[in-house]
Design a protein around this ligand. Sequence first.
Ligand SMILES: *Cc1c(COP(=O)(O)O)cnc(C)c1O
Length: 416
Amino acid sequence: MIPFNKPYLTGKETYYIEQAVKTGKISGNGMFTQKCQQFFEQHYGFKKCLLTTSCTDALEMAAILCNINSGDEVIIPSYTFVSTALAFVRQGAKIVFADSMSNHPNIDAEKIEALITSRTKVIVPVHYAGVACDMDKIMQLADKYNLLVVEDAAQAVDSYYTYPAPQPPKGGALAHFISSGATKLSSQHSPFRGLGGKESLGSIGHLSAFSFHETKNIISGEGGMLAINDERFIYRAEIIWEKGTNRAEFFRGEVNKYGWVDIGSSFLPSEIIAAFLWAQIENLDNIQQRRKKLWELYYAGLKPLADTNCFSLPNFPEYATNNAHMFYLICNSLNERTNLIDYLRKHDVLSVFHYISLHSSPYYKINHDGRILQNCDKFTDCLVRLPLFYELKEAEIFEIIKIISNFFSLDHKKME
Ligand SMILES: *Cc1c(COP(=O)(O)O)cnc(C)c1O
């Protein structure tokens, strides 16, 4: 049986855990936590990172930092994991669900403005499959209506939002622009706009949340991270992270006693988790290379079938990169997807579908205003994820492609 996922161990996880144990500091915010946080800050340009026990926890921290109060509205795509909405619901928010694009599960940025009211406080773009949302458009709306943006970057580690290459400069204006330091990070988004540059996902919104759950590209079992890009939030984030106390400040020697100063929770993971994550981070490039190679094999092998309209392949807007978080197909109907998943299982391959759109969920549907979100519904019915993990063999991918190909060449509908 080819499993859907298999967590990849780099080999050094237990070695670093042993190191953490031997130092005698196994609670949170020790050496490994700081090494992980520094890596992300330096490598991806986040102003401040805080490891958390999950992406869900990072989103809850974000909801607290955004000062969500009862009745505040938060715009969230309906086609996403529960946590994206749950974190804000727990703070009393009313969720206004947005539809996906027709050719991609990401939020349709063109349709957000119509959902904004005087009560709107936050937009939460989810970078589905690590593919960037239209961040330029979303940040423009946030500026225009004075909203906060929290990126759900759970699937988006090591992926980017890119800008088009520059037009030939007129009279050296561009060269002057660059040499005058325009490429430095400004407090606003899009520092590389028009310069053919790129910004890492999670570094564009005011806050962002990552996941290291064992189904993601780099893992720690359960685990996550809050990235803070707007400096105004850093001080309070550290307090919320440490049960509402100013303990972090105390341990840096900045104050001579610490106490209870705000709300918060125990959002920080132990050093055991951070030590595990460090082993993964050290192998990030290798992991990414392998996943991208497997992804490309799927794409090339399935392209001929997609060209005859058996299904659609993942689609990338021109501003997005691929971090090979997942490989999926979009079938032509619910019935066909159900049959394909069954057929794969009969041939020892586990594929899965996901996201019952949140506006139709048993918990939240009574609060939905009844708008039909037809693109979300289509992905709920038709999207299927194929196995993609580090140790998946190339021969297994060819086998999976063959099985899918057989499925579509048989007149399977008559065979049922
Ligand atoms: C995985 C995931 C989460 C939740 O991550 P946890 O670390 O399991 O809490 C949230 N949002 C999206 C889009 C995800 O894919």
